[in-house]
Design a binder for this molecule. Sequence first.
Ligand code: PLP
Length: 359
Amino acid sequence: MELPNHGANPLRLYKQAGISPPPQILDFSENVHPFGPPAFLEEIWPDMLGLTGSYPDPDGEPFRTAAAKFHDVAAGEVAAGNGAAEIFTWLARRYRSRQVVLIEPAFSEYRQTLEAENVQIKALQLVPENGWQLTVQDVRNIIPGCAALYICNPHNPTGTLLDTDTLQEIAQICLEHHCELVIDEAFIDFIGEEASFMPFLPAFPNVFIVRSMTKMYAIPGLRLGYVVSAAEKIGQLKQGAAHWNVNALSAVIGAKCLGEADYRRNVIQAASGERRKMQQFLAANNCRSTDSAVNFLSFQLPDSSCSAAFFTDFLKAGIVLRHTESFQGMDGNWFRIGMKSTENMAKLREAIKEWLKAN
Ligand SMILES: Cc1ncc(COP(=O)(O)O)c(C=O)c1O
């Protein structure tokens, strides 16, 4: 069965799996949280119409300056993108026809964008035996001769977090090998800025930090992300990007989102609470799960040879999990779930319990 490389868009999954979708679907396959965007969005929505009549600012203002202030960096050290996904196309172009190290399993867009630019990919495979942890020694062994190393932190699809001490060690080794380090912090907001590599950027001109506004602010349909690095590198990266790559609505809404400290705190609290409940439930039911620090986790059934049947049974019952066929090293034997409302998480636990009892 050929399945999509992304979570979300569940109807595409049903179509590809050849299963007719039931009327009610609970989608745990994507990692956007269930609480909706900040309340101000509905209030200012009527004003947004006025923005559609003019071209947006080519630098994504006022968002770019708001992001720079948020991280206490200069505006020239930030470039706004049409989602973090667009930034990965810029990075891939930067490494065209060179060698790049990916940590597998990895977000599929890294490979997709790099292969489109004829980049030779060296894979560093994480394994469940040591909790999917990346080690400094692994990095030391693999990066000689490579133009860049991509690290997703916290890591998708496991949710594990690398601490900033280890990341500094890795960034230093990369610096010594003239290797750039791309840190994808799309999910760091679910922990907080204290986990981000941002404060260490001035010491490491070889580092790009990619951020997404999609996940924390529940605005995947708007498309907004950004990248932070030394100003010279940001200038190079934006060359060749479409002139008005960020739309005017996203630029205004994104700037306001960054001021929503209470919203962020509430989302982190709710998502962490649901994740802990799910982790306890899985352990109590002999399912191995990843040591996630964020709003999603991956887990395995007590008998992983039943994974395909479990996935299909759940699809038929209207419960969509993220399959891992496209995550190298997980190969369909794990499932990723995003944390949703308390009520829907309880339904998922109940469904898993019933399935395990019956099979
Ligand atoms: C690890 C990771 N990075 C980046 C992205 C892309 O985010 P955006 O919606 O900002 O393009 C995703 C989306 O799923 C992701 O999982």
